[in-house]
Ligand binder design. Structure first.
Ligand SMILES: [Zn+2]
Ligand SMILES: [Zn+2]
Length: 207
């Protein structure tokens, strides 16, 4: 098992200090509504520019859904291989703790469920450039799909940590993420869906 978080403190309501500098510490905290609003706003603008291109609407929306789908895979890969990287050097150890270990230590710290807004904005800009290089104008549809996936993931992650599980089939998201946090951090990397865990064999075993 990778060294991450502390499984012996499952319901810690506290918070960790990441930076000794009070300004850095303050901006390392973000309310979840900030990045979600930001991503929805950028998506709307991008979609507007997509709609005024000559790309047929059906194709544009197919690309948008592809963006959502691709996001779910990126979410899985990032969580599995980047957030849970082996902290085998002091730098990786610090980085791993700052980006994700802190969340495993204090899963209920609501201010640390998303990256600070300027980091999110930087992501969005880099993604826009990358997608435009790869697919030209189709990026105007792909980007909103990807960002909607991202906003959805942030929303689900927030709900899972802040609210009790619902009594419908969405409950599986609560169950899987609880297993990831409190039982086996080497399983259930998908937060917004168990699809990739299912396909890549990291779904928690049924007992
Ligand atoms: Zn994790
Ligand atoms: Zn979590």
């Amino acid at each position: 098992m990778k060294k991450i978080g502390r499984l012996d403190r499952p319901d810690n309501f506290g918070s960790a200090q990441i930076f000794s500098n009070p300004v850095l510490e303050k901006i390392s905290r973000t309310h979840i509504s900030v990045p979600i609003t930001l991503f929805l706003a950028i998506s709307s603008v991008s979609l507007y520019f997509g709609l005024i291109t000559t790309i047929p609407l059906w194709l544009g929306f197919a690309v948008l859904f592809a963006g959502i789908f691709v996001f779910t895979f990126v979410e899985y890969l990032m969580h599995r291989h980047f957030f849970h990287m082996e902290p085998d050097t002091p730098i990786k150890d610090k980085l791993q703790y700052g980006i994700h270990g802190v969340h495993h230590d204090y899963p209920r710290d609501k201010d640390r469920l998303a990256m600070p807004p300027f980091v999110s904005a930087a992501y969005a800009a880099i993604l826009y450039l990358m997608f435009t290089l790869l697919m030209g104008d189709f990026a105007l549809y792909f980007l909103p799909g990807f960002l909607l996936g991202y906003a959805g993931y942030l929303g689900v992650h927030y709900l899972v940590h802040v609210y009790n599980p619902p009594k419908n089939f969405f409950k599986v998201l609560w169950v899987n993420h609880a297993i990831h946090h409190y039982k086996n951090p080497d399983t259930a990397f998908g937060v917004s869906s168990p699809l990739w865990d299912y396909l890549l064999g990291t779904l928690p075993k049924k007992e």
